[in-house]
Each structure stands twice: as structure tokens, then as C-alpha cells.
Ligand binder design. Structure first.
Ligand code: ATP
Length: 235
């Protein structure tokens, strides 16, 4: 890659008390690039996302955004910088409606093309259900709100944590089909996935984590199945 990385981590470590969850994780995301982070349960994928968004601050100087350390910024500063996360388990504001959840996303972050109307165009069902409390939505609809809320902050990079978790296959399919429209116009993304095939289908590079270490990285077309299985399952 010729361009400078938009986001990178440099030999990043992370800890929960005495337990070390990440060991020397170095990743790069270049402008406009979609990368995938794959790995089994407990491999450290969520910990890596939390380190990037400043929720875990063991080594804040090892997370670089346009070459500057960002790992110790507050959530609103991270959003203002142009980083948005679609968290595992959605984490919507339960007492608020669909529309209110989306509006809160728009109050963080930056100016840009995304608006309520544009999110409703992407996910028409959310327009129909705009006044419904988020707790009354199906899992797939909640995931749509979480994605819409992140987009409303007009991010430069979108972090999807376990995008498919707990969703029906048909919903997962429709969310993946919407991805090109979600990520368009030069936006970068990190897709965290346990579903290897899905991850490979949308990313230009993939990193596999195993027990807190990068066990494999490369372009999907250069990786073979056996190497991926070994890196993923450790067999
Ligand atoms: P999952 O698919 O289950 O979310 P993951 O790849 O995202 O897995 P992490 O959630 O990052 O993995 O967990 C990495 C390691 O850190 C695991 O061994 C996990 O048990 C441990 N861990 C995660 N959160 C905590 C916590 N709050 N306290 C202690 N250990 C934790």
C-alpha cells in the first residue's frame, strides 16, 4: 500500500486485570479499505475493537488515527474524529424509539451525507417503525438501528463487532447485501466476524486472531482453507 494508514495499532497489548487478552497486535486500515477480523470465541476481537475506541486504555499510544495517538480519547472525541462502532449485542437505548436512537447517533460525530431520511432509505422497515421503542424490535431490526445510528455520525471508519451474531440467516444475508451501500463513498470498515466465508466475501484483507495473537493475515484470494482453519482453530 502506498497511502498512509487511516487507522493502525502497533504491537498493541490489552489486559483485564492480570489476564493478558492481546499480545502485540499490529493492524493497518487504509483509506477506503474494508478489512475483516476473524477468530473463534474469546480470541480477542472485541477487546481489539474496545482498544481502538478507547474503552480499554492499557496502551493508548499504540492506537494511531492518521498517525496520531487516539487510544485515550473519550467516546465523543472518537466519534468526532470519524470512528463509529456498531457494537456486539447492538446496545441501543432501550427506552427510546427507533428515531430517537438514530438522532442520538447524529448528535455525535461529524457533518456528512447521512441523515434520518437516508437511513430510512437504506432500511425502509425502520421508517415504518420509527416511533416504536427499540425493545419492541426484532434482533435484525435492532441491528439495522445500530448500523443506522453509527452511520448518522458520518464516520470515516465503521467498526462492526459480530455483525451476524444471533441473527437469522435471511437477515444476515440482507445486511451483507446492504453493506456496499453502507460502506460506499470512500468509507473504511473493520468487520469482526466468526463466519469466515462472510468475512472473506466482503473484505480486501483479513486478520485472524487466535488467543490474543494474529495467527494469519492476507488477502482472501491468497489464503487457502487449510491455513485459515489452522489459524482459526489452532489445529
Ligand atoms: P467473542 O466472540 O466471545 O466476543 P472475542 O474474540 O471478541 O470473543 P474477547 O471478548 O475480546 O474475545 O475476549 C478475549 C479474552 O479476554 C477472552 O479470554 C475473554 O474471556 C477475556 N475477557 C473478555 N472480557 C473480559 C472481562 N471483562 N474480564 C476478564 N476477561 C475478559
Amino acid at each position: 500500500q502506498m497511502a498512509d494508514a487511516l487507522l493502525s495499532t502497533q504491537a498493541l497489548e490489552a489486559y483485564y486485570g492480570d489476564f493478558q487478552a492481546l499480545f502485540g497486535i499490529s493492524i493497518d486500515v487504509f483509506p477506503g479499505e474494508v478489512i475483516a477480523i476473524i477468530g473463534a470465541n474469546g480470541a480477542g476481537k472485541t477487546t481489539l475493537m474496545r482498544s481502538i475506541t478507547g474503552l480499554i486504555r492499557n496502551q493508548p499510544d499504540m492506537v494511531l488515527w492518521n498517525g496520531e495517538a487516539i487510544g485515550s480519547r473519550r467516546a465523543d472525541q472518537v466519534a468526532a474524529a470519524g470512528i463509529a462502532m456498531v457494537p456486539e449485542g447492538r446496545q441501543l437505548f432501550q427506552s427510546l424509539s427507533v428515531e430517537e436512537n438514530l438522532i442520538i447517533g447524529g448528535q455525535m460525530g461529524r457533518k456528512g451525507p447521512w441523515s434520518l431520511e437516508k437511513v430510512f432509505e437504506l432500511f425502509p422497515i425502520l421508517k415504518e417503525r420509527r416511533n416504536v421503542p427499540s425493545t419492541a424490535l426484532s434482533g435484525g431490526q435492532q441491528q439495522m438501528v445500530a448500523i443506522g445510528r453509527a452511520l448518522m455520525s458520518n464516520p470515516q471508519i465503521l467498526l462492526f463487532d459480530e455483525i451476524s451474531l444471533g441473527l437469522a440467516p435471511i437477515i444476515i444475508k440482507s445486511i451483507y447485501e446492504a453493506l456496499p451501500n453502507i460502506i460506499g463513498e470512500g468509507m473504511s470498515a473493520i468487520i469482526v466476524e466468526q463466519d469466515i466465508a462472510k468475512a472473506l466475501s466482503v473484505s480486501s484483507r483479513v486478520y485472524c486472531l487466535q488467543e490474543g495473537r494474529i495467527s494469519l493475515e492476507g488477502r482472501p484470494e491468497t489464503l487457502n482453507r487449510d491455513d485459515i482453519s489452522a489459524a482459526y482453530f489452532g489445529v
